[in-house]
Write a protein that binds this ligand. Structure first.
Ligand code: GAL
Length: 354
């Protein structure tokens, strides 16, 4: 219901009719309303939007590490959108080191940035990051690693923009269910899989791992986990884990679930070296829709992937930042804004190539 209201609000805002609709908040004059974003339950994203945003300010962007394929696309999109709107932007590399990122946040605060966009290195650091930005009074958009609603409720000038990680897992499971034998290639009545996980501290890794398998089980399939290992989102680790598993389990492996595409590309190299053929004697799925993965989906070397919409999320992060700069505050429980994932198959993969 509230989601519907949020969407209706977006439509009204896009029509420029807000002033006459009887709502007691005023839209930001030059911000773009979310087009494909939806808020987490419950609620509309910006609880109140009193003033116009201040384009042309300074923005500090903290990325957990630059050496991450998906976050590279994401940070480039953020930089381009922000600079295109006239903001002065500094993007820094946390090198996957939370203490280093904490220093970077403090430096931005000392420099007097108008807003922060932060991709935390560690989910567990959310409390201290939120306390720091709150003490400094800097409007902040968190991205990519979702804290709990309770953690976010500590600061009303804070919003999270990301995706519903469970949805990407479900889509991965559905990609396997859409195959002719629903993943049970050898017809023994169960789907035997290996799971190559991202950084397990990350909620995306946890929920993709859980919901990909749950989709199979919910459809009545029996499953057998042959192995689960952390590959930390990394291509080389994906390759090594998959190579070891293929050596150990051989033809028993029917499905390779990877929490992201970079690890799936690595796994594919091992699958090919082992003389296996995707979509014939093994299935392989990832998440992100990196260009390299889209090519492999189109070539039949990956069963499918899931679009993790970097440009959509970057656009939405900037929209919400502008809402905050315009004076918006967010009520507890209404601080997450989600951009939808999209299932990618050979039929639609070409639509997502950048
Ligand atoms: C995920 C993405 C991964 C990795 C991770 C970093 O959403 O699918 O590829 O970038 O974020 O936190």
């Amino acid at each position: 219901m509230k989601k519907t209201l949020a969407l209706a609000l977006a439509v009204v805002m896009s029509l420029g009719l807000m002033a006459g609709c009887g709502n007691n908040s005023t839209p930001p004059a030059n911000s773009t309303p979310p087009t494909n974003a939806s808020t987490s339950q419950p609620g509309s994203a910006a609880a109140s939007i009193p003033d116009a945003p201040t384009g042309g300010g300074t923005v500090g962007v903290c990325i957990y590490k630059f050496d991450d394929a998906f976050m590279t696309t994401y940070r480039n999109a953020l930089q381009e959108i922000l600079e295109g709107k006239g903001y002065k932007v500094t993007v820094v590399d946390g090198n996957n080191d939370q203490s280093k990122q904490n220093e970077q946040i403090n430096t931005f605060i000392t420099q007097g940035v108008d807003a922060l966009i932060i991709n935390p290195c560690m989910t567990s650091a959310a409390d201290s990051i939120i306390a720091t930005v709150k003490a400094a009074g800097v409007p902040t958009v968190l991205i990519n690693r979702e804290p709990t609603a309770e953690q976010m409720s500590a600061y009303d000038k804070l919003v999270y923009v990301g995706c519903d990680a469970a949805q990407s897992g479900t889509f991965q499971g559905e990609l396997i269910l859409d195959t002719p034998n629903k993943g049970d290639i050898n017809g023994d009545g169960k789907v035997s899989y290996i799971m190559i996980q991202g950084d397990p501290e990350n909620i995306d890794a946890q929920l993709r791992t859980e919901y990909s398998v749950k989709a199979l089980q919910d459809a009545g399939m029996e499953v057998e986990q042959l192995d689960l290992q952390r590959g930390d989102w990394d291509r080389e680790k994906g390759q090594t884990i998959c190579a070891n598993d293929l050596a150990q389990f051989g033809d028993q492996i029917e499905v390779v679930f990877c929490n992201n595409d970079d690890m799936a590309i690595g796994a594919l190299q091992s699958i090919q070296s082992a003389g296996r053929k995707v979509n014939e004697d093994i299935y392989l799925v990832g998440v992100d829709a990196l260009d390299a993965a889209l090519n492999e989906v189109m070539n039949g070397n990956m069963t499918g992937t899931v679009l993790n919409d970097a440009v959509g999320q970057a656009t939405e992060a900037v929209n919400q930042m502008e809402n905050l700069l315009g004076g918006a505050t967010f009520a507890a429980g209404e601080q997450s804004v989600y951009v939808p994932y999209v299932k990618v198959t050979p039929d639609n993969a070409k639509d997502f190539v950048k």
